[in-house]
Design a protein around this ligand. Structure first.
Ligand SMILES: NC(=O)c1ccc[n+]([C@@H]2O[C@H](COP(=O)([O-])OP(=O)(O)OC[C@H]3O[C@@H](n4cnc5c(N)ncnc54)[C@H](OP(=O)(O)O)[C@@H]3O)[C@@H](O)[C@H]2O)c1
Length: 246
């Protein structure tokens, strides 16, 4: 099969289309004929050599795809060859075929084309799992950083569907306008005094849930913004991994 292979760590020029061996599905896996693969921030980091695949995973980049079932592992039930699907992958999406545990495969959402569907699973799984752990609900205030990004834009819309109040940050006026257009009740630039803006908006009650892509850089600010019983969900370390509270 053909796959997009990173021949070294570096810029997009290191990516080549090459002939590689087609994977075989294990007993609990399905083989997917890939229609489209999502492009995530983690893919860019993997290409640059900063995000190695987990042990045993395909060295080929790609954490999500849409497509159809091409082959079933011997223990797989509930799927037929030819069924449309989307999948969350440990790697291998930038290829014509990928083998994946059947438990990471679902039917595509209705009414969405295959290319769009390929970019939904990673952000949807990240947001819904974290919002469930945080028990985000009606009336809560949630702070979403990078509201115009992949995870952020899904988080704004999902939180609004849960009837939460959404405060979003972004890095440009255009992106702030986009955050508002998809439901953010307040959108503030992270290049200005966003902590003051969020604090004024929340008045004396504080933020209930923070979806934190930054880690160390915002730790002090986040703890100061949380209300009683607030939940800090750290999903990224774009601002460093070692923080200090005093
Ligand atoms: N734990 C998990 O399972 C999991 C899964 C997927 C993603 N993630 C993490 O989630 C985050 C978003 O991923 P993504 O795929 O959505 O990537 P993305 O589309 O590239 O989004 C990155 C976001 O970071 C924002 N940002 C940059 N500097 C910032 C700052 N100083 N303060 C606040 N926000 C800032 C950007 O905002 P602007 O574009 O407005 O500058 C952008 O929206 C990443 O940290 C990623 O590692 C975690």
């Amino acid at each position: 099969m053909l796959a997009i292979v990173a021949v070294a760590a570096g810029d997009p020029e290191v990516l080549r289309v090459e002939e590689v061996e087609t994977p075989r599905p294990g007993p609990e896996e399905v083989l997917i004929k890939v229609a489209a693969a999502g492009v995530n921030r983690a893919d860019l980091m993997q290409r640059q050599g900063h995000y190695p695949p987990p042990p045993g995973a395909s060295p080929i980049i790609g954490l999500e795809c849409s497509g159809e079932i091409a082959e079933l592992g011997s223990d797989v039930t509930g799927w037929e060859v030819g069924d449309a699907c989307v999948a969350l992958l440990a790697g291998g999406g930038y290829a014509e075929y990928v083998a994946v545990p059947a438990g990471q495969v679902i039917e595509p959402p209705g009414g969405i084309d295959r290319v769009t569907a390929a970019g939904l699973v990673e952000v949807a799984a990240t947001v819904t799992s974290n919002m469930a752990i945080a028990a985000l609900g009606e009336g809560d205030i949630v702070l979403v950083h990078g509201g115009a990004g992949g995870v952020g834009s899904f988080a704004i819309q999902y939180a609004k569907a849960l009837k939460a109040t959404v405060v979003a940050t972004a890095g440009s006026e255009e992106k702030l306008a986009y955050c508002r257009s998809i439901g953010a009740d307040l959108a503030v630039s992270y290049r200005q005094d966003w902590v003051g803006g969020v604090r004024d908006f929340c008045a004396d009650r504080g933020v209930d849930v923070i979806l934190d892509n930054m880690g160390a850089k915002y730790l002090t600010a986040h703890v100061s913004l949380l209300g009683v019983g607030g939940r800090l969900m750290v999903i990224g370390l774009q601002g460093g991994r070692k923080g200090e509270l005093d």
